[in-house]
Ligand binder design. Structure first.
Ligand code: TLP
Length: 343
C-alpha cells in the first residue's frame, strides 16, 4: 500500500536531479575546507540569506544548538517563545550543551511581542543572569507554520540592538515564510544575526541544514560544529543535493501552501473538527479533533487504516504537513477519510 504521508515535510525524498547531482559531485575533505561542492553551497546559502558566511550542518537541531553555543556562555539566559522547537524538540540541549537557562515568553501565533521581549531582558544586577540571546522561530512549527509579521520581526530586532543582544532565527522553514510574504529570504534574515534553515524539509534534500551569519560568527561556529562531531569529510555529496534544493525547490513551495489551505478548508467543514484558519499560512495544518470524541493517537491509528500517516501528537491536537509528492487528490482522499472517521 502506498501511503499518503502527512507526518512531516522531513519525509520528502531527494529528486532525480538531486540524485544525479550527488552522483556527479566533485568532493574533497571539508574539514580542510577543500570540498568544492560544500564551498559552493555555503557561498550560495550565505548570498541567499544576505550574510557574509554560511556553514553546512547535519541537521536543524545541530544548527540551532551550535548557534546557541556560539552566541552564549554557560550561566547566561536566553529568551525564546514557549512552544518553539529549541525548547520542545531538542532534547534539552540548551542546558546540557550550552549551560544556559531559558526565559520563555508566550507568543501569538508563535510570534513573541517585542514589548514582552524587552520586559524579559535582565537588568545589570549581581543576582541575575545576563540575557545573551533572543531566539525566534519562522515559520513557527507548533503554532501551525505561521509566519512572524515583518513589523514584529523588525521591532524585535530593534529591541535586541538597543540592548546589544543578538537574535538567532530558527528559520527551518524560512523559504516557506518568504513564499508566504512574497519576499526574498534575505529580507527576513536581515532581522537576525544568525539564521538556521533546513535543506532537508520542504526543499527535499536528503540531509542537512545551513547556519548563516557574519564571517566572525561562522568561523567560531565551525569550531563548535567540530566539537559536536559535525566536521564532515566528503560532504559535497550532500551539498550537491542542497544546491538543487536552493536553486529549484525554493520556488515551488506555494503548491504545498495551496494544498494545506485546501486541506484545512475541507477539514474545517467536518463536524467535531476545529481549525484556526488564521494560522493556515504555509504548509502546516493544526487541528483540534476534540469534538469527534477520540484522541490524536487513536485518530492517527484510524487514518492509518485508510492509508494516511500523521503523527498522533498532543491530546486532541493533530498536525498535517503538505510537501513535495503530496498532490491535490491526496488532500481530497484525506478529507474523505476524516469525514468517515468523524461520522
Ligand atoms: N521539526 C520536525 C520535528 O523535529 C518536530 C518536524 O517534523 O517538524 N526547527 C524547526 C522549526 C523544526 O520544525 C525542526 C524539525 C527543526 C528545527 C530541527 O530540524 P532537524 O529535524 O533537521 O534536526
Amino acid at each position: 500500500m502506498e501511503f499518503i504521508d502527512l507526518r512531516s515535510d522531513t519525509v520528502t525524498m531527494p529528486t532525480r536531479e538531486m540524485r544525479e547531482a550527488m552522483y556527479k559531485a566533485e568532493v574533497g575533505d571539508d574539514v580542510y575546507g577543500e570540498d568544492p561542492t560544500i564551498n559552493k553551497l555555503e557561498e550560495m546559502a550565505a548570498d541567499m540569506m544576505g550574510k557574509e558566511a554560511a556553514m553546512f550542518v547535519t541537521s536543524g537541531t545541530q544548527g540551532n544548538q551550535v548557534c546557541v553555543m556560539t552566541h552564549t556562555r554557560p550561566g547566561e539566559e536566553i529568551i525564546l517563545e514557549e512552544k518553539c522547537h529549541i525548547i520542545t524538540y531538542e532534547v534539552g540541549g540548551l542546558g546540557y550543551l550550552s549551560g544556559v537557562q531559558a526565559r520563555l515568553i508566550k507568543g501569538k501565533h508563535g510570534a513573541m511581542n517585542p514589548e514582552d521581549i524587552e520586559a524579559a531582558i535582565r537588568e545589570d544586577d549581581i543576582h541575575q543572569p545576563s540575557t545573551s540571546l533572543i531566539c525566534v522561530e519562522n515559520t513557527h512549527n507548533r503554532a501551525g507554520g505561521t509566519v512572524i509579521p515583518m513589523d514584529v520581526l523588525q521591532k524585535t530586532h530593534e529591541v535586541a540592538q538597543r540592548h546589544g543582544i543578538p537574535v538567532h532565527m530558527d528559520g527551518a522553514r524560512i523559504f516557506n515564510a518568504a513564499t508566504y510574504l512574497n519576499v526574498p529570504a534575505k529580507e527576513i534574515a536581515k532581522y537576525a544575526d544568525s539564521v538556521m534553515f533546513c535543506l532537508s524539509k520542504g526543499l527535499c534534500a536528503p540531509v542537512g541544514s545551513i547556519v548563516a551569519g557574519s564571517k566572525e560568527f561562522i568561523s567560531r561556529a565551525r569550531k563548535f560544529r567540530k566539537m559536536m562531531g559535525g566536521g564532515l569529510r566528503q560532504a559535497g555529496f550532500l551539498a550537491a543535493a542542497g544546491i538543487v534544493a536552493l536553486q529549484k525547490m525554493t520556488k515551488r513551495l506555494q503548491e504545498d501552501h495551496d494544498n494545506a489551505r485546501l486541506l484545512a478548508e475541507g477539514l474545517n467543514t467536518i463536524p467535531g473538527i476545529k481549525i484556526d484558519m488564521d494560522t493556515v499560512q504555509t504548509n502546516i495544518v493544526i487541528c483540534d479533533i476534540g469534538g469527534i470524541g477520540i484522541d490524536g493517537n487513536e485518530f492517527a491509528r484510524r487514518l492509518h487504516g485508510y492509508g494516511i500517516k500523521i503523527n498522533g501528537g498532543y491530546g486532541a491536537s493533530v498536525r498535517f504537513v503538505t510537501h513535495y509528492g503530496i498532490e491535490k487528490q491526496d488532500v481530497e482522499k484525506t478529507i474523505e477519510a476524516v469525514e468517515l472517521i468523524a461520522k
